[in-house]
Design a binder for this molecule. Structure first.
Ligand SMILES: Cc1cc2nc3c(=O)[nH]c(=O)nc-3n(C[C@H](O)[C@H](O)[C@H](O)COP(=O)(O)OP(=O)(O)OC[C@H]3O[C@@H](n4cnc5c(N)ncnc54)[C@H](O)[C@@H]3O)c2cc1C
Length: 394
């Protein structure tokens, strides 16, 4: 295996003093610096979400020196349904991540206007907050030997550095690289999330619930410490008139959909505000851009409704790890396409149904729907085991 070591990473960063700032607030950055004091490393990874932290650990296990950079300080909250699909779990086990305190999720309930449909998962999934999961993954990367730089925003990348982009679905480099989805205004959606407690307080139901409303949907899942996460996605066109106020929008969907009113009335907020973030744009994107490796959401977005974005992010790190040090971009691009392209397409089809309550009621009459769509939108357990074997039996 040949590796390319850069003396100066060519990666410019700026440090941010606060531990975690709300995603929509302006970034308070101070000075900028070239990441050179620690720059004798093989690979720099921008973004310490599930994709970046997993890749950092895998490359460090392979003996590479790795810098893992994130603008946030951990633990930190993140917009997410916090449902961790079962096809991520064998990989986390191999990484030595213990999710012991988090609830198991055994089944899914889809609640339409007039019908409810329930199906079992073939294996248990987990409800886990991003406070906990992302912090566990970051710590694991550090313990494995990666150098972690929290509170540092990467602001430019030199073309001759070995950098992997794991910055999520929307980053400043997407504009710099002139990625076409950035200009797309017709497929823009926004997510919203808040943690709640049951009224009266009660144990967590091992069921994830999905609710439909016009041009959007939301999921309800238990996470650790008796918290229930309610997280949704809505097309931008539905937000007109709310002036960025998520409480006003949630009041509206509660008025529109009695099943949502019934659900929300069982909870009280456990967080002061809603968390939202940059737009979610469902357009094809490439796993390699101008020779730069992309992993996780930066390489392709599966619709959040499937609850498999984090699993895909972790899997994409496993797919990329064998190719990065030798810069085999084309081999990685192909592997990524084979593994994910069809799942991403199917996820959009399912989201189309879920954000149209009347259509959803019709679709829910098909009794084998759940198992069929699960198979189309995520990796099989044996496929994931094979992927893990390649990496961990080296
Ligand atoms: C509404 C909604 C609900 C969802 N629900 C689920 C769900 O229930 N289950 C599921 O599996 N997936 C869900 N997803 C998808 C999931 O959140 C993503 O697929 C997953 O977070 C992708 O991981 P990642 O590591 O690629 O990126 P991210 O988790 O987005 O991490 C990217 C990291 O990069 C950092 N960063 C960005 N730019 C810079 C920079 N310039 N310099 C330094 N650091 C930078 C960020 O701070 C961040 O920590 C949901 C998504 C949405 C929008």
């Amino acid at each position: 295996m040949t590796t390319r070591r850069t003396e100066d990473s060519g990666l410019r960063t700026e440090s941010r003093p606060t531990s975690q700032s709300p995603v929509l607030s302006p970034q308070s950055s101070s000075q900028s610096s070239v990441l050179s004091p620690q720059s004798s490393f093989d690979v720099a990874i921008v973004g310490a979400g599930p994709a970046g932290s997993t890749l950092a650990a895998l490359l460090a296990r392979r003996g590479a020196s790795v810098a893992l950079i994130d603008r946030d300080r951990f633990p930190r909250d993140k917009l997410c349904g916090e449902f961790l699909s079962y096809d991520a779990l064998p990989l986390l086990e191999r990484l030595g991540i213990d999710l012991g305190v988090t609830p198991k999720i055994e089944r899914c309930r889809v609640v339409g206007r007039h019908r409810t449909y329930e199906f079992e998962f073939p294996h248990s999934a987990r409800g886990v907050s991003r406070f906990l999961l992302d912090d566990l993954l970051l710590r694991n990367a550090r313990a494995t030997g990666a150098q972690t730089l929290e509170g540092c925003t990467a602001i430019s990348v030199s073309p001759d550095s070995v950098v992997t982009e794991a910055w999520g679905r929307w980053g400043r480099f997407d504009q710099q690289l002139q990625r076409s989805f950035v200009r797309d205004h017709s497929h823009r959606n926004f997510g919203f999330k808040r943690h709640y407690r049951g009224v009266p307080p009660r144990g967590i139901d091992p069921t994830i619930e999905l609710y439909s409303f016009d041009r959007g949907y939301l999921g309800v899942a238990g996470v650790e410490n008796g918290i229930t996460n309610i997280c949704g996605l809505v097309h931008e066109s539905r937000l007109a008139g709310h002036k960025g106020r998520w409480d006003s929008f949630v009041d509206e969907i509660r008025r529109d959909e009695p099943q949502l009113e019934q659900m929300y009335s069982q909870y009280e907020p456990a967080q002061d505000t809603f968390l939202s973030s940059e737009p979610v744009i469902f357009r094809a994107r490439s796993a390699v851009e101008q020779g730069i490796f992309m992993i996780g959401d930066a390489s392709g977005i599966v619709d959040p409704l499937t609850g498999s974005g984090m699993a895909m992010a972790i899997q994409s790190a496993l797919l990329a790890a064998p190719y990065i040090l030798d810069q085999e971009v084309e081999a990685y691009r192909q592997r990524h396409e084979e593994f994910f392209a069809s799942r991403i397409r199917w996820s959009r089809g399912v989201a189309f149904l879920l954000s149209r309550p009347a259509l959803l009621d019709i679709a829910l009459t098909a009794h084998s729907l759940g198992g069929y769509l699960l198979r189309r939108t995520r990796a099989g357990r044996d496929e994931v085991e094979r992927l893990a074997d390649i990496e961990f039996r080296r």
